[in-house]
Design a protein around this ligand. Structure first.
Ligand SMILES: [Zn+2]
Length: 82
């Protein structure tokens, strides 16, 4: 009997694509689960995401022969309190 493992919406390094759905991480489901995980604690969420952005930036720049992509919208803007 095989047990189907649920793959979480987590980033695959160094591509920073979602392990589960293949979208650029953080994908929509990842954003939603982070928002609920850090509910009422936006500051911690932003610190966590900044750390990931710092980690992702050089890895993505290396994959990108062009310039380093602007990761702010992708990693931070959506998480700011409205
Ligand atoms: Zn995903």
């Amino acid at each position: 009997m095989t047990v189907r493992r649920v793959i979480p919406h987590e980033p695959m390094r160094p591509l920073w694509r979602c392990r589960r759905c293949g979208a650029q991480w953080p994908c929509q489901p990842a954003r939603l689960s982070l928002l609920s995980e850090y509910q009422g604690n936006r500051t911690s969420l932003l610190i966590y995401l900044s750390g990931l952005m710092e980690e992702a930036a050089p890895q993505l720049a290396r994959l990108n022969s062009h310039q380093a992509p602007d990761l702010r919208d992708r990693f931070l803007t959506w998480a700011r309190a409205r």
